[in-house]
Design a protein around this ligand. Structure first.
Ligand code: OAD
Length: 266
């Protein structure tokens, strides 16, 4: 991809072309990379975002913070399943986009000594694009979990007929295997993400409003450890000021241009 082609893109790169060239240079030099993604990376696949008018924020007049909450699991588990059935219905028709595919190819190449993909998304689109060992901070919408015995169930491989699904091991009612408001993240997943962030030399933050902690602390950890931190987002976020470079535009337009040696991209 030459500069002319980049300039013709319908997005507005902040500081372009300096920022774009700088990020390419840094990414080509980087050996240990951490990528943090949020809902914005799946927006071009048709998955609604939470906070930018994408439509995932209210269902049946209830805000998602209320529906996706530990309190609602206690109070009305069947309603929580209805809400997640609805979300699975939306996500189920969505395919990975150019940004998901670019990240999968970066991982599959031998370009980096260490490549860690951390996502806040529960849609499973990184894995669908071919990414492996994705650190899913907020769980996965395609899994159910039994809080009584810890059993997990892949909802696509074994679709349950009943709501809530019944655990095949102990008969207890299962819940979506996602982190809800009022709950803690899985400590081992978070710990691994923090360790990689502390050690990386480059951290790319893609499509997140950076408002939800502890996920939003990863770029801060990376920066404190000396990493070059880049944001890819059409909008400003609270993280923008912390970044060494910000690429203002859509992930699907920008990511395929970053490692542009032909082999690695579309
Ligand atoms: P948000 O909906 O808060 O933010 C989406 C971000 O993506 C915004 O900053 C948009 O500007 C940006 N965006 C939109 N389209 C984009 C595109 N094509 N390319 C790149 N960026 C784009 O989503 P998250 O930050 O992921 O947690 O939200 C974090 C957490 O809040 C979610 O994981 C969820 C929610 O509560 C739980 O459910 C536990």
């Amino acid at each position: 991809m030459n500069e002319k082609a980049v300039e013709s893109l319908p997005t507005n790169f902040s500081g372009f072309p300096f920022a774009m060239n700088l990020v390419r240079e840094k990414l080509n030099e980087a050996r240990r990379v951490v990528i943090l993604t949020g809902a914005g990376i799946s927006a071009e696949s048709g998955v609604p975002t939470f906070r930018s008018g994408g439509g995932a924020s209210v269902w049946r007049g209830m805000p998602f913070e209320q529906l996706s909450s530990a309190e609602m699991v206690e109070r009305d588990l069947p309603l929580v399943w209805e809400w997640f059935d609805y979300r699975r219905g939306v996500v189920g028709d969505c395919k990975p986009n150019a940004a998901h595919r670019a990240l999968a190819r970066w991982q599959q190449s031998d370009h980096f000594d260490s490549f860690t993909l951390v996502t806040q998304n529960i849609d499973g689109l990184h894995a669908a694009a071919g990414s492996i060992d994705v650190l899913e901070l907020h769980g996965n919408i395609w899994r159910a979990r039994c809080d009584s015995c810890g059993a997990l169930r892949d909802l696509r491989a074994v679709p349950p007929r009943e709501r809530p699904p019944v655990c095949a091991v102990c008969g207890h009612a299962m819940r979506p295997d996602v982190v809800l408001f009022g709950e803690n993240l899985q400590i081992d997943v978070l710990q691994r993400a923090h360790e990689r962030a502390a050690e990386c030399d480059m951290c790319l933050v893609v499509g997140t409003s950076a408002l939800v902690y502890p996920a939003a602390s990863l770029p801060e950890v990376a920066r404190a450890g000396g990493a070059f931190v880049v944001e890819v987002n059409p909008e400003l976020t609270p993280l923008s000021a912390l970044c060494h470079a910000t690429l203002r535009g859509r992930a699907g337009d920008i990511l395929p241009l970053l490692l542009h040696d032909g082999e690695l991209n579309d």
